[in-house]
Each structure stands twice: as C-alpha cells, then as structure tokens.
Write a protein that binds this ligand. Structure first.
Ligand code: ATR
Length: 500
C-alpha cells in the first residue's frame, strides 16, 4: 500500500468503474480502488502499473477507507438499486462525519433523494452524479451531472472538472486530444453543479430519455431510406455522413455512418442486415416516460421511443402478424433526392420537439423538487462527453442565453425559424409514412406535439363535456373566468345505458 493517502476512492470495478478510475489517475490524482471480488482489483491494478496519479488496490473495505485522505471521497459505481444500498451500508460503518459518498451509477433520482437524506442524518455528505458517455466517456472525458449539497460538490469539483469532457467555448465542438496524462488546456468543461439532492440523477435520466428519442428518430430515417427509397446501407452511410456536416452533426449520426459501412465478418453482408431487429433497454427511458405521465407533462416522443423498443421485442408475433395484416399501400414514386432532404428535415424538426419535451420535463421537475436548474448550463455540459453530444446543443445553449425563462424551446426565435424552414418537408414525410405504411412513431408524434402546442383551441372541450356527461366532472366555460366550474343536469330520459 502507498504511504501517501489517496485523493479519492472508487468502489466497483466493472467496465465503467475501471475506466473512470483510469481517467482520474491519468489526471494526476491518486485513487484507491475496491471491488467485492478481490481478484478483479488485483488484475486491474496489475494491468495498469504506471498511471500518473497511481492506483492503490485494496482488499477489504476497511483497508480501502483507511487509505483515503480526509474528508474521504468515495465514488460508488456498482449496479443501481440494491447493490448501491449494500455498498453504502458497508461504507457508513467505516466512514467518519463529513466524508463524502458519490454515487456515479444510473440511480433513480428518488433513490438519490432518499439516500442523501439518510446519509445527511448520519453526518455524511452525498453527491448523486450522472456519468454519461459510456465506457469511452468514462475513460477519456464524460459529461458529469452532479447533484447534492454545494459544499460536497466543491470538494469534488477539482477532480470532476479535470476528468470531464471539454468543448470549444464558441463552437461547442468537443476538443480532441484528451491524451492520458495530458489534461486539455482551455475549453468549457462538461460538468457543472446541477442542484440539490436528486437533481443530477434526474437530469441524467432525462438525458437518457432524449437519447432514446434521438436513436429512434435516426432509425426511422434509416427505415424510410430503405423502404421507400430502396437505398442500400452503404449509400445511407454516405447520406448520414453528409448530414453529419450540418445541423444534425452529432455522435449518434456519426456512429450510424460507421455502422452502415460495416460488413458482417462472417458472411460479408452489411452488418445491420444481420442484426436481429429486437431492441433491449435498461430502463432509464421508461423512467423518463413514466415520470412525464406522473407529472402530467407531455413528452410523447420519449414515450414513443420506449414503445418502439417494446414492439420491436415481440419479433415472433410481428412476423406472424405480417402474414395476416397485409395493408394495401402504394409504392413510393417520388423524387429520391428531394425525399432524402425531406427525411433530413423531418429528423431535424422532430429532434427540436424531442429536446423541447425533455426541457419541459426538467422545468416541471424543478418546481416539484424545488431545484433551480440552469438549462443553458445543462445543454452546455451535454455538448461533449455524452451519447447525445451534438452541435445542436450549442443552439439550445444560445436559446437559454437569450431567455433563461423560455417557456418552450419551440418559441425561441432560432428554433421557430428553423421549423418554419423545414416544416413542409416534415409534413411530407409524416404523410408519406402513413400513405406507404412505414411506421415512424417519433416523427409523427413530434408533429402532433408541435401542432397541439401551437393550437389555441384543442378538442378537449368535447372531452370535458363527455366527462361531465358520464361522471359529473364539471367544466369551465369560454365566457367565464378560469377556475369557475359548472355542471349540466343531463336529462335522465333517453340517456344511453352502459348495460346493453
Ligand atoms: P457492468 O458495467 O459490467 O454491467 P454492473 O453489473 O452494473 O457492471 O456492476 C457490476 C459491479 O457492481 C461489479 O463491480 C460488482 O462487483 P463484483 O465484481 O464483485 O461482482 C459490483 N456489485 C454488484 N453487486 C454488489 C454488491 N451487492 N456489493 C458490492 N458490489 C457489488
């Protein structure tokens, strides 16, 4: 064991834990590591003998805790849920007042709120931090979303700022060159204090919900290119590659360009053609959609993205149904080049709506949990180091710079004019999906959201009348002030009966 106490410690040496530990050590911090299965610790330390800060392997939690400089800072990166609670319980036996536990897993934000309360009551400090960017992000620069008491964040800040991704302040482009041991000079760091208790994990969850939406939208573009335009993966790859030079420039478009180039090593066919069309999920998209329903906030695109994965998963049923439900739809005979541009525009407009929905969720959650979220800063720290990293986030950042109380991204002058510019193509694509029988739930749901949001009058008047009819739920009147409720005594005679 090293003579010097470590700057920080990390529990949980699965893929994310190992990569984050190496990133921290590369930036000159000495880090102690502990894993329940000690052989993993030994192998990890043996494989990485010469990091600038140094890795200190420990065999027991006692040894681990004793190896840390006070106030101790312990990052937990184990499975979210019960494993996190088990590790926290073990640590609290050994830590001392003022020590800080940092949960870097994908915790449900309400668990983070509960944990912080419990730990504060015992005299400890707690930071629930979203860590985005997967394995690569953890290793070379993640986007980090810390929540908790500001005093705890201030202790963690130098390390979090050193290891996070960096982007160019003016363009928002990620700065490459995060070579191990050579911290990037300048640029904006992709971490900032998000807010009290569960705010960091909440924002990370919305990030993941947005990521579900982004992925689904790209898949819909891919399906339209294939089904309607007969494009082969290589040609699609070229198109996505071109899109990546413009407003859609993002990590997910970039990896899609690569994936569509790839051939299957075994058969030589395009790799995407050999991948079974059933999607998995770990639950953060579902949490986002459930939370939207719980708070009564309209975020249909994120929900559609989750449902799209659900229906993809019933492959056998779909194959059977495809033999029975044969829609009589015409083939596509439009102009290929024009329609490709239309798909681009549909993706762009839908993406604007998706982000608008994500930010609406955060806006409501901050009222619910008494947070004070800075939407400009949140979009800024998503510009690098995470899966939804995109040039587009710079525009969201600028929108909130113009008006920090913006009611909806759709109302920002830039996004308003972008949608106006691309709207006709968006409508064309959604209509084509319906006419030619191609399911594009995210594109069409986004358009319905846009059209609903810009409607001064929706048909909910009839809906409320129905509620008053069968349940005496009352209604407000267009000719009376809001908040006054009325009820009509619907005549008993001639009423339709529920029992036939
Ligand atoms: P992956 O990234 O591989 O999916 P994970 O399953 O999310 O990882 O997390 C696994 C990590 O959580 C491992 O470090 C695991 O320790 P082991 O190597 O001993 O399995 C750790 N872990 C899971 N449950 C734990 C528990 N109850 N107590 C302590 N560590 C636990």
């Amino acid at each position: 064991m090293a003579d010097k106490k470590s700057d920080i410690g990390l529990v949980g040496l699965a893929v994310m834990g190992q990569n984050l530990a190496l990133n921290i050590a590369d930036h000159g911090f000495q880090i102690s590591v502990y894993n329940r299965t000690a052989s993993k610790t030994d192998a990890f330390v043996a494989e990485n003998p010469n990091t600038p800060g140094g890795l200190v392997g420990t065999q027991t939690l006692e040894e681990f805790v004793q190896s840390l400089e006070r106030p101790r800072k312990v990052i937990i990166l184990v499975q979210a849920g019960r494993a996190t609670d088990a590790v926290i319980d073990g640590l609290t036996e050994l830590l001392e007042p003022d020590d800080i536990i940092i949960d870097g897993g994908n915790a449900l934000w309400t668990d983070t709120i509960r944990r912080e309360k419990d730990l504060n009551a015992k005299g400890f400090r707690f930071v629930g931090s979203g860590v985005s960017g997967g394995e690569e992000g953890a290793r070379f620069g993640p986007s980090l979303m810390p929540g908790g008491k500001e005093s705890a964040w201030n202790e963690l800040k130098p390390i979090w700022e050193a290891i996070a991704a960096k982007v160019d302040a003016d363009t928002g482009k990620p700065i490459d060159g995060a070579e191990p041991g050579k911290p990037v000079e300048g640029g904006v760091t992709c971490t900032t204090y998000i807010g009290e208790n569960g705010a960091g994990h909440y924002v990370k969850m919305v990030h993941n919900g947005i990521e579900y939406g982004d992925m689904q939208m790209i898949c819909e573009a891919y399906q339209l290119m294939g089904n309607l335009l007969g494009m082969e993966p290589k040609e699609m790859s070229e198109t996505f590659g071109t899109w990546n030079e413009g407003v859609l420039d993002s990590f997910l478009i970039e990896i899609t360009t690569d994936i569509l180039q790839q051939t299957d090593p075994e058969t030589g066919v395009p790799f995407v053609d050999i991948v079974l069309d059933t999607a998995g999920q770990k639950g953060t998209g579902k949490w986002t959609a459930v939370n939207a329903l719980d708070m009564g906030i309209s975020a249909p695109l994120i929900a559609e993205a989750v449902f799209a994965r659900c229906i993809s998963a019933v492959k056998d049923e779909r194959v059977a149904a495809s033999e029975v439900l044969k829609a009589d739809v015409p083939g596509f005979d439009g102009d290929k080049e024009e329609f490709t541009q239309a798909i681009h525009d549909a993706l762009y407009c839908s993406k604007i709506c998706s982000y608008a929905q994500g930010f609406q969720l955060m806006r409501e959650a901050q009222n619910e949990y008494d947070w004070n979220l800075n939407f400009g800063e949140i979009s800024m720290i998503w510009r690098g180091g995470c899966i939804i990293r995109a040039a587009f986030l710079q525009k969201i950042f600028e929108a909130y710079q113009r008006d920090e109380n913006l009611a909806n991204l759709l109302l920002d002058p830039f996004f308003k004019s972008e949608i106006e510019r691309c709207e006709a193509n968006w409508r064309k694509v959604v209509a084509a999906g319906a006419i030619h029988g191609v399911p594009i739930p995210a594109f069409s749901s986004a358009l319905a959201y846009y059209d609903s949001y810009r409607s001064a009058r929706l048909p909910a008047n009839l809906l409320q009348a129905q509620r008053d009819y069968f349940g005496a739920h009352t209604y407000e009147r267009t000719d009376k002030p809001r908040g006054e409720f009325f009820h009509i005594d619907w005549p008993e005679a001639d009423r339709p009966q529920l029992k036939m």
